[in-house]
Design a protein around this ligand. Structure first.
Ligand SMILES: [Zn+2]
Length: 312
């Protein structure tokens, strides 16, 4: 049966059993195969499809096309509240047995406007920009997704740049305080449950350091965006399980001189946390005593800050 969404130009197809609503949406580089489990009424289903398309377009603000040409996206309404989440998107995960699949567990009763302000789906979709990494290197997959969730929410206009940089600077501080005796590789190997902030934010810090170096030395011609675009062209979606340093070697192979392996050697097996204070200062990000962030325009890396986070 075909139902035309009552408010939005979205085509929905209900499965024979009635247990799932199906939809296909085109974005640059991909056809999104969306499944919405029941119960969700038609109007909310149409809104959710439109929100998924919009979220995929957040990721396309990286290199202009979606990293997987045919991802499966499953939306599951749930009443359970793990970690007493108050978010409309309660939990998300990427699975890669067969076709790459993003599962999003949502509170479908929340108004759709709240979904657009929630970072979870942007984070999960950002995972598709990297291949599956061995457990020990999970700081790279979680870190890059965490970096991009904030940057892309700002580029899409769902965050102000100030808010995105506040979230990043607060995250770096949480990462610095988390398990300082562990290196990123050892933190990831010990399991995110025991070193979650260390795993997520050390990787996000290294993503920012790579992005700044790429942009600085190329006058903006290169960036983390362009290098990940090269990775997508050559290697994604990948069916292999990658080691972190192999991924970084591959990213460096797109460059005249390496950026990623020098960062790997400097940080991956070294305890502690990258010193982000001077980097944030050069970007013109000032953290007040109350934790709020002010963006200054008189520092050396302001143009790079704006290139990373300005609305597009
Ligand atoms: Zn993640």
């Amino acid at each position: 049966m075909m139902i035309v969404g009552p408010l939005l130009a979205v085509s929905l197809f209900t499965s024979a059993s009635g247990a799932t609503i199906h939809a296909s949406e085109q974005v640059a580089g991909a056809t999104l195969h969306i499944e919405i489990r029941q119960p969700v009424d038609e109007r909310k289903a149409a809104e959710i499809v439109e929100w998924i398309r919009s979220t995929a377009n957040n990721v396309n603000l990286t290199y202009g096309r979606f990293p997987n040409p045919a991802p499966r996206i499953i939306v599951v309404p749930t009443n359970s509240r793990p970690w007493s989440s108050d978010s409309p998107v309660i939990y998300g995960q990427v699975t890669r047995q067969g076709r790459e699949t993003v599962e999003l567990f949502v509170n479908a009763e929340r108004p759709i406007e709240e979904f657009y302000k929630d970072w979870t789906a942007t984070h999960e979709f950002s995972h598709l920009m990297l291949p599956l990494l061995n457990h020990r290197y999970r700081w790279i997959s979680e870190g890059f997704a965490t970096y991009y969730q904030n940057v892309l929410m700002s580029r899409a206009g769902h965050y102000t740049p100030e808010f995105a940089w506040q979230r990043l600077s607060e995250g770096f501080e949480r990462g610095r305080e988390s398990r300082p005796e562990l290196s990123p590789n050892d933190a990831a190997a010990s399991g995110t449950r025991h070193a979650r902030m260390k795993v997520y934010w050390s990787g996000a810090a290294i993503a920012l350091l790579a992005d700044i170096e790429l942009r600085r030395r190329s006058d903006g011609a290169e960036s983390l965006d362009t290098v990940l675009g090269e990775l997508q062209s050559c290697c994604l979606p990948s069916r292999r399980l990658w080691r972190g340093y192999r991924l970084f070697e591959k990213l460096d192979s797109f460059l005249d001189s390496p950026v990623f392996m020098p960062l790997y050697r400097q940080y991956a097996d070294v305890e502690g946390f990258p010193d982000m204070a001077p980097v944030l200062a050069d970007l013109g990000i000032t953290v007040n005593a109350d934790g709020s962030v002010v963006l200054r325009d008189d520092r050396s890396l302001v143009a790079i800050r704006e290139a990373i986070s300005t609305r597009r």
